[in-house]
Write a protein that binds this ligand. Structure first.
Ligand code: AMP
Length: 122
């Protein structure tokens, strides 16, 4: 089952690849040469955006050492989004694997803000 899930994720375009190529609509709030930031369709906080690299990496465990610059830039984008929206308290989340809640096999960073966050996370 795990193998089938992995094979399917390689051959099919991800929802985020379709958003990036404008095949399906999304609320894109920022875009540059390496990534887009979109509003999550099912927000878990008043502010809930996804920072998504244009080059697909399935999930953080699939990242290569050579992805270090891209990964760093995604965090800097999160910083800049928070700063430009005057968000002082925010949480960044990456779900890796089904058990952790991953539903889209295309690496993305959740940025959640504007409500009190509990710990530990559910
Ligand atoms: P994850 O569960 O960590 O893989 O996160 C995937 C996220 O993508 C979820 O929070 C979904 O609500 C969100 N999502 C799925 N489809 C769309 C879409 N078409 N536009 C915006 N967000 C989406």
């Amino acid at each position: 089952m795990f193998l089938l899930w992995n094979i399917a994720s390689v051959v099919e375009k991800t929802i985020f690849e379709k958003i990036i190529s404008r095949e399906i609509p999304a609320n894109i709030v920022f875009e540059n040469d390496i990534a887009v930031i979109i509003r999550d369709i099912n927000p878990q906080a008043p502010v809930h955006v996804l920072i998504i690299p244009k080059r697909r990496i399935d999930r953080i465990e699939a990242a290569q050492d050579g992805d270090v610059e891209l990964l760093g830039k995604l965090l800097i984008m999160a910083r800049d989004f928070a700063k430009s929206h005057n968000l002082t308290g925010f949480r960044l989340v990456i779900n890796n694997g089904k058990q952790a809640g991953e539903t889209a096999p295309h690496l993305h960073i959740h940025l959640l803000s504007d409500r009190l966050m509990g710990w530990p996370p559910g």
